[in-house]
Design a protein around this ligand. Structure first.
Ligand code: 13P
Length: 307
């Protein structure tokens, strides 16, 4: 079917109390893994593209590839700009056919964040595209964002309500304890469920959890066993994800898990078969492992069976 907006997918998710995975993609293999899994599990899905992914693959190459593949699946699909840093970036994403954009001015003061977000909302809505913004600051590293734990701060519920009112944004990323990357804290990372609940009570719009990868132990074990180096990695527990979707989190961002799965599978193939140099044989297990990861996330989030 044709692409739909992020807003259409996420309003249904918030109303139905389930979450939708927004999976980062960079290339053909990631896109196939995500879309084939969504189709198989009857799950709506968002494919998101960072500015770095646009530079790597070429904006039109990636957007047109996804749109073409999405036209041949029967579940709702949106293409989303992840962490757009300016109005210009959002405009060029919309020109390339994205149906959802994020403007991330969360590092600016509140009034400036409101001003920039409002500009993007006006432009995007005039072009039939829905918008995500961010309030509060997550820790971790993500493209143009590199925030130390001390500089991260959690979203204030009253401020979030005011921000939504002033900007007309369609969905809002909130800082609730998660961070980007493979190191989200020791043991089971803290998620501020009370804060999510308070924010959700003040607004009907879908809320967004960034940094939602699970970084499962079996995956980091296999990454290490195949020669990869990784420290004390930890991700978001399935139960925390599930619980957050019960009262407002509707968009759940996942990047690290797919990167780890891809690289682990490639390492394993090359380790086992040093003579192999057919890229199709090297990348097929990577696709399979990414499918496994995304299927598990869709099941945990409750989006499986919703389309
Ligand atoms: P992870 O690093 O937990 O996968 O989060 C990705 C993300 O939030 C992209 O915006």
């Amino acid at each position: 079917m044709p692409l739909v907006t992020g807003g259409a997918i996420l309003s249904a998710a918030r109303a139905g109390k389930y979450g939708v995975g927004a999976f980062n993609t960079n290339n053909l293999e990631f896109t196939q893994a995500i879309l084939e899994t969504a189709e198989k599990l009857r799950s709506p899905v968002i494919l998101q593209i960072s500015e770095g992914a646009r530079k790597y693959a070429g904006t039109e190459n990636l957007a047109h590839l996804i749109a073409d593949m999405a036209s041949r699946v029967t579940v709702p699909v949106a293409i989303h700009q992840d962490h757009g840093s300016s109005l210009e970036i959002c405009k060029s994403a919309i020109a390339a056919g994205f149906t959802s954009v994020m403007i991330d001015a969360s590092h600016d003061p509140f009034e400036e964040n409101v001003r920039i977000t409002k500009e993007v909302v006006e432009y995007a809505h005039a072009h039939g595209v829905t918008v995500e913004a961010e309030l509060g600051r997550l820790g971790g590293i993500e493209e143009h964002v590199n925030v130390s734990a001390e500089d991260a701060f959690l979203t204030d519920p009253e401020e979030a309500a005011r921000f939504i009112e002033l900007t007309g944004v369609d969905y809002l990323a909130i800082a609730i304890g998660t961070s980007h990357g493979a190191y989200k804290g020791k043991g089971r990372p803290f998620i501020d469920h009370a804060r999510i609940e308070k924010i959700a009570a003040l607004t009907p719009i879908p809320l967004v959890m960034h940094g939602a990868s699970g970084v499962p132990q079996w995956l980091t074990d296999r990454f290490k066993a195949s020669g990869g180096e990784i420290g004390e990695a930890a991700g978001i527990h399935d139960d925390d994800l599930k619980r957050s979707t019960q009262y407002g989190i509707a968009k759940v961002n996942i990047d690290t898990d797919l990167r780890l799965a891809f690289t682990t599978a490639v390492r394993e193939v090359l380790l086992k078969n040093p003579a192999e140099f057919d890229p199709r044989k090297i990348l097929t297990p990577a696709k399979e492992m990414m499918k496994e990861i995304s299927a598990h996330r869709m099941q945990v989030l409750g989006s499986a069976g919703q389309a």
